[in-house]
Design a protein. Structure first.
Length: 146
């Protein structure tokens, strides 16, 4: 993924239009368009401001690393969490499992509970990584803010 694609993705993830981002960055909307279409490189100061605005590392914006933050979950961690959530839901299938108005949970209800469990497990895993990762392994930007 290019720098421009990452900027566009982060802008959209933060529900910003190009003019909104341009205003926050104190540049023109056409500059944002040029960055996102990779027709123009992002200057160093602007790169740092974008990384701070979106709470990601400059290395992530430049495409040097795949994880936006040191505490972002890896693909394996996401799979492990999905499996853990599924094991919890599978445990609900017993006679003492969850029921709604005396009826056993439907597959749709179980999927909803699994999704919520997975989200909670991911949030807690990221918080733990953020709290317990030694400072020497954290992004430079995160070290400076402490």
């Amino acid at each position: 993924m290019t720098t421009g694609q990452r900027i566009a993705e982060l802008r959209q993830k933060h529900s910003m239009s190009q003019p909104m981002l341009a205003e926050k960055m104190n540049v023109s909307a056409s500059t944002i368009t040029s960055w996102e279409n990779d027709r123009r490189g992002v200057k160093g100061d602007d790169l740092v401001r974008l990384s701070q605005l979106f709470n990601v590392s400059t290395d992530y914006l430049l495409g040097n690393i795949e994880k936006a933050n040191y505490y972002s979950l890896s693909g394996k961690e996401k799979l492990d969490i999905a499996e853990q959530a599924q094991r919890i839901i599978d445990g609900l299938d017993s006679d003492t499992g969850v029921n709604f108005y005396g009826e056993p949970a439907t597959d749709e209800q179980k999927q909803s509970m699994r999704d919520i469990l997975e989200m909670g497990l991911r949030i807690n895993k990221e918080k733990a990584k953020k709290k317990f990762t030694p400072k020497k392994y954290r992004n430079t930007e995160d070290k400076d803010s402490e």
